[in-house]
Design a protein around this ligand. Structure first.
Ligand SMILES: Nc1ncnc2c1ncn2[C@@H]1O[C@H](COP(=O)(O)OP(=O)(O)OP(=O)(O)O)[C@@H](O)[C@H]1O
Ligand SMILES: [Mg+2]
Length: 382
């Protein structure tokens, strides 16, 4: 029978305690427990390993944010009070990413105030800085770069955006920075600006067509805004790409540990496997897989078949309805556990050397420090 135990055991405490590890990135498909895992690991690093830790959370549930003392989006780390760090001497700081504020800060840092004001007033910038696909991923990387550059923390734990695909975290920043670099936009807009007689005359026809289509789809006003936006961004040319590349290099460094989070469901495990493959290609250090929300029967030795047979036998005898119900429930849970192990085994078969650990599904959502502590202990098997 395939089993997750075939994978080497992931030792999260070893990672959290290692002074050489400065960044832990929690990645995975939407809704698998990235934010919970990131917060739980950061808390554990501070409480158990005495590290001065900061966790960058992205869109945390309101109750979880409140329990970390994050009542407002101020885009800067705040120390979390009331945790148990007396013995360890660690610290926990937490922040929520405000993608628009981060974008504004980047603009302010790289251009003069007049140009910045021009950019801020541009409707295209306003739309893009708050809603554009990929902006959140880019800004998460930007913020990671900023936190890293401040050099104030022993350990930075990074949550990643609730993207549909885990790979967006790696792909979107490059895509967005290519776009912001303006080369593509310049090409696109060149024929329109020069009345079709540009140095790109060879391609004018097709680009002309293209910008006509864009104009039709986006509207003339938006194209004018876009054009103004690109002109205003000229002073920052290249900066965006450079910064994304810089952070990319930090992610490739030995001080970084990626943790993949997945639930034992086919889509989440497939996503984790894609991501693991990609990290290998990019030479980014994958530390392990956290298999979250797994189900474990209370009596693992009693398998589903025997439990169901016993329930049927009791039902035939009559008078033991309660016991028969418990046996049926146990059988269902045991079947689910086997199914989950089979799904998880797909990952381990593809990446047998990647260490893994399972975290049991809690009876309720994790939204306070105690809950995070429980998850942290479960990930560490302690
Ligand atoms: N082991 C667990 N047991 C029970 N509930 C859990 C567990 N792990 C996470 N949860 C709950 O599952 C929900 C989703 O978790 P979380 O927000 O951490 O996922 P996410 O991957 O960050 O989601 P998104 O992709 O939307 O950002 C939350 O309500 C959280 O409390
Ligand atoms: Mg999340």
């Amino acid at each position: 029978m395939p089993s997750e135990d075939a994978a080497p055991q992931l030792d999260v405490d070893q990672i959290l305690a290692d002074p050489g590890v400065r960044i832990v990135v929690c990645c995975g498909a939407g809704g698998v427990g990235k934010t919970t895992t990131a917060a739980a690991l950061a808390l554990r690093a501070a409480e158990q390993h005495g590290r001065r830790t900061v966790v960058l959370t992205i869109d945390p549930a309101r109750r979880l944010a409140q329990s970390l003392g994050l009542t407002e989006l101020d885009n800067t780390p705040r120390q979390v009070k009331g945790i148990d760090v007396e013995a360890s001497g660690g610290e926990l700081h937490a922040m929520m990413l405000d993608m628009k504020r981060t974008f504004d800060d980047v603009v302010l840092a790289h251009t003069d105030p007049t140009k910045a004001a021009e950019i801020f007033a541009n409707p295209f910038y306003q739309a893009m800085s708050s809603t554009f696909a990929g902006t959140q991923e880019y800004m998460a990387m930007e913020k990671l770069g900023q936190l890293h550059a401040r050099g104030e923390w022993d350990l930075i734990v990074v949550d990643t955006p609730p993207s549909r695909s885990a790979l967006d975290f790696l792909d979107a920043p490059a895509r967005l920075s290519r776009f912001l670099d303006g080369r593509m936009l310049r090409l696109l807009l060149a024929p329109a600006r020069s009345g079709g007689r540009s140095m790109f005359s060879l391609v004018t026809a097709s680009f002309g067509m293209f910008s006509k289509v864009v104009q039709k789809v986006l509207g003339a006003q938006l194209l004018t805004d876009l054009s103004g936006f690109v002109a205003a961004l000229d002073s920052m040319f290249g900066g965006f790409r450079q910064r994304a590349e810089q952070t990319y290099r930090i992610l490739q460094a030995g001080e970084t540990a990626f943790l993949l989070v997945a639930t034992p469901e086919p889509d989440a495990v497939r996503e984790a496997a894609y991501f693991a493959g990609r990290l290998r290609e990019e030479k980014m250090p994958l530390a392990g897989l956290v298999l979250n929300r797994v189900h474990r029967p209370v009596v693992p030795k009693l398998d589903a078949e025997r439990s169901r047979a016993a329930a049927e036998r009791l039902a035939e005898l009559g008078g033991h309805d309660g016991t028969a119900d418990v046996l049926r429930a146990h059988a269902a849970l045991a079947r689910q556990a086997v199914r989950e192990q089979q799904v998880a085994a797909r990952f381990t078969e593809a990446f047998p050397a990647v260490p893994a650990v399972s975290v049991t599904a809690q009876p309720a959502d994790v939204h306070d420090v105690d809950g995070l502590r429980t998850i942290g202990a479960a990930i560490s098997r302690s």
